[in-house]
Ligand binder design. Sequence first.
Ligand code: PLP
Ligand code: TYF
Length: 390
Amino acid sequence: MFNALSRQPDDALLALIGLYKQDPRPGKVDLGVGVYRDEEGRTPVFRAVKEAERRLLEGQDSKAYLGLEGDALYLERLWSLVGGPEGTRVSAAGVQTPGGSGALRLAADLVLRGGARRILVGQPTWPNHVGIFAAAGLEVVSHPFFDTAGQTVLFDSMAAAFEAASPGDVALLHGSCHNPTGAPLSLDQWRTLAAILERRGVLPLVDLAYQGFGRGLDEDAAGLRHLIGAVPETLVAVSSSKSFGLYRERTGAIFAVAARQDAAELAKSNLMGLARTSYSMPPDHGAAVVRTILDDEALARDWTAELDGMRARIIGIRRKLAAGLAGSFPALAAVAEQEGMFSLLPLTEAEVLRLRADHAIYMPTSGRINIAGLKTAEVDGVVAKFAALR
Ligand code: PLP
Ligand code: TYF
């Protein structure tokens, strides 16, 4: 039977990890896959994570199943972090998932079961969005979101696409730190979109994968917090991979938000049923770590402080990079205003490949760069190589 299968293309972002590793040149620069890196190029384990793991190692007295929902206290604390005060004014019911990806897949399965057939997705987006939704059986309907040459959000086109949607459609929104553009939506724009979604009867699915990496933990959730109060139902897919540095532990959650608790619980019961016929129960460790941190004031404070430091480093690199690039690429002054790990450079595929071949600067052919892949001392050299392209 295996002979009947055809070879599948590699994930371009994950394949880049291997290409970079194999490159023997000293001074190579990795602007590829979206993991945070510090000034030494390391992806550190948060101090609070290490301490939580120590406590778990000593205190955990069973590995027995927790059940389909996962860790209830993790879900409660995580929802407080995501929903803030606004989250207490709506009804939310969550299920722990294997990463944000697992949350997105369960969300897609749920809306299909609820009768949805189409999901509106702005382009460009994280390629796995399209893959996950299509694999679940949704029709992915794309609209333009970003003008790369001008580095501007095409808000009118996004609003028009939402206006043209049918009741029962689903619309994907990036909670903050848009992947791949870093382009922020203002709170006014969130308000406008929320009003359209409410009027058109379209269900928003918010992907929150980088809370704390843009402007701050609360600031990065502000749009979503407005949205949950403005529409009758929302799905929120949360990833703890970046915000807690737990990438390989596969830690996330899907929250169904509704005006009434019974509606949210109905969604949750279906989410658990869908999980049961897929992977059954989620992995425990990452969620136990997050729960331990968020349930302890001192650990939570230390986690926030470390996250604040990461965000400050990214903002600093953004400013230096934007100032350097503005001469040769005037539109890239916008890189300083963009948020999170990514910006999308207006480079051709040939230019990206030339940077890779000639200068060992690695990024996917889309031109997306991971800002956190740059050390402060590397910025000027990288800017010079970009400038030489034009
Ligand atoms: N959504 C976006 C936009 C992402 O960039 C990621 C990153 O990996 C995810 C969701 C899900 O991440 P994970 O499944 O590793 O938690
Ligand atoms: O966009 C990124 O780089 C991150 C990490 O299949 C990632 O979201 C990339 C590809 C992939 C899974 C995660």
